[in-house]
Design a protein around this ligand. Sequence first.
Ligand code: SF4
Length: 457
Amino acid sequence: MTLTEKILARAAGKTRVAAGENVWVKADILMTHDVCGPGTIGVFKREFGQNAKVWDKNKVVIIPDHYIFTADSKSNRNVDILRDFVKEQGITYFYDVIDDPNGHWVYDPKKGNLKRQYGSHYAGVCHTALPQKGHTRPGEILFGTDSHTCMAGAFNEFATGIGNTDAGFVMGTGKLLLKVPETMHFRLEGKLQPGVMAKDIILHCIGEIGFDGATYRAMQFDGPGVASLSMDDRMTIANMAIEAGGKNGLFEFDAKTKAYVDERCKLNKTQSNYQPVERDRDEKFVYELTVDLSKLEPTVACHPDPGQRKLAKELGNIKLDRAYIGSCTGGKTSDFLEFARVLQGKRVAIDTFGVPATPEIVHDLQTSRWGQQTVWDILLAAGVQMTENAGCAACLGGPVDTFGRMNSPMKCISATNRNFPGRMGHKESQVFLASPATVAASALTGKITDPREHLPN
Ligand code: SF4
């Protein structure tokens, strides 16, 4: 069996499963957020009754993150609906925007969108917050009401996005009927060259198979090249499995996975026992691709979909209006460090927005020093508009007052994960997906630029 099949077999209580089989699996975690949470709660109450209780109050994790820092009252109200539900159900893990369990969330536009407006429990973007808060464990099943839930596959778990109806059912029963996906195999060999990042790996793979090339399939990443990738790198790759239509993305378990997961579970006092899955000799794949990481170059997915692969060096004729770094995929600490390495001591030529994925990342950047300056200050000095309000921000457009949203037709290079028309705001805008290094180099020149031309010595 493949890694995905092994996890699903275990969760279904079977010794074997095969691709195409339908099986009932037990969920280990159900995650929802402010956009889909209220709808999921509505389905749950409609189907199970107004007084029904969730199947396990320790396994439903609620993380508001999407439409948070906006004056849109309906968006603010969604966070209140989540808080009311958490109180009613006694749910353990709720990462509220405010500290008062009886309060109401109201964003104050007068304070501006750069200074922190959240309380001490807020966790930021759900997919980055889940591992940081100790909710991703090898061998487990994670369902989330968000397509990029597949990011947790970095931790050797089966993680996939589901709709509100399925999530309402999981909320009530802890189970879901799943068709076992076929598995595509991506064997990584070699090591990335300077200026090339994990984002380039996944953009390369999606470019090979197209934005629907993995539809309802598992994407398994393994091979000797994985060892050199950090957990942040693996998250970037697994996150974008859905950009090829994948059901899930999955990495092998190793010492790095163990170190990360053990530390985070201990720190947050979450469940610390887990059982990883290892590779079998009899894996059956429907597709195989070997990627020599040392041969990859800075890669861009052009408008209008993540499969439009080109090399950054081929796109110097594309003039940009904006650069953006952020999201679950591209707003991690390591992403900002590489971004800052390219920008240090220089000045951006176009509007450039920086949105860390979580408050912990804001803290990392504000406390990491390179010489006399913090990384945060280096980015400010380079002209980047950095917000402390960690969240999804303009990654998915959002209400018109969302930080970094494109409210007019423009071209943007972005470290985010999706670029279908209208994704970051105006439907005639164009988004070019790239690594944080390529976004930084392009911000310096105002056109798409290979970061290897701008690396420090
Ligand atoms: S940052 Fe973007 S991709 Fe990630 S969860 Fe938020 S909207 Fe989705």
